[in-house]
Design a protein around this ligand. Structure first.
Ligand SMILES: CC(C)(COP(=O)(O)OP(=O)(O)OC[C@H]1O[C@@H](n2cnc3c(N)ncnc32)[C@H](O)[C@@H]1OP(=O)(O)O)[C@@H](O)C(=O)NCCC(=O)NCCS
Length: 191
């Protein structure tokens, strides 16, 4: 469990299927991920939730985290920190319910995972990426101290490895953008 000012980030459990379904069932949430369509319940139960739970067995603090309000315990969405190919690098992910957008929750969760990653997981570099038009997500990365590093075009293989269920042919016209922060940069920021 990771506590932030307003959230508790907990591991996913078998009864989180309805939470993930409701989150993805909002076209605004999925706008820059699938273009709108949500994730079928069967895919959540057979692929997504098992992957989220399995990743929770990774060495802490890597994996997926369900975000809950500390006050109401309501499910707000999720955050992830996944080890990349290089052992000292990890990738951030986040997806929140529309009802809580614009209140700094994403930045709060991302900052907590970055802190954990650099202080407890031996990471040297953390990255995140978004579709170029996803300005809210880009702003979250900037507020958390990440800086723009590159533009790239997602391939079908990238999509297959992503945290959302995509269909063949979902590759979009536009680019994705990657942001990153190194441990040294984070330490300078934190002091
Ligand atoms: C991206 C997302 C996680 C942001 O969550 P959030 O809790 O609203 O984020 P925060 O409140 O911490 O910060 C959002 C920032 O983006 C800004 N923003 C929001 N919409 C924007 C837009 N259309 N254009 C420019 N900036 C925008 C906000 O003003 C805020 O910046 P500020 O604090 O400087 O005013 C949320 O919108 C979401 O879940 N989206 C759907 C899933 C998704 O796209 N996930 C990311 C995939 S890469």
């Amino acid at each position: 469990m990771i506590l932030t000012a307003r959230m508790q980030l907990r591991r996913f459990g078998l009864d989180d299927g309805h939470n993930l379904f409701a989150l993805d069932d909002d076209p605004a949430v999925m706008r820059y991920l699938t273009g709108g369509p949500g994730t079928p319940r069967a895919v959540i139960d057979s692929e997504m939730l098992p992957r989220f739970i399995d990743a929770g067995r990774e060495e802490p603090p890597m994996g997926f985290w369900a975000a809950e309000s500390r006050v109401t315990r309501a499910f707000l969405g999720w955050f992830s920190l996944r080890r990349a190919d290089a052992k000292t690098q990890a990738v951030l992910g986040y997806r929140l319910r529309r009802a809580v957008w614009g209140q700094g929750y994403a930045t709060e969760g991302v900052e907590a995972l970055i802190r954990r990653g650099f202080t407890q997981a031996g990471l040297e570099r953390i990255t995140a990426s978004a579709y170029e038009e996803n300005l809210a997500s880009r702003r979250v990365m900037e507020k958390a101290g990440l800086r723009f590093t590159r533009r790239f075009r997602l391939t079908s293989a990238d999509l297959a490895a992503a945290d959302t269920s995509f269909q063949e042919g979902d590759v979009w016209e536009g680019d994705d953008v990657e942001y990153a922060i190194t441990r040294a940069e984070w330490e300078r920021r934190a002091t």
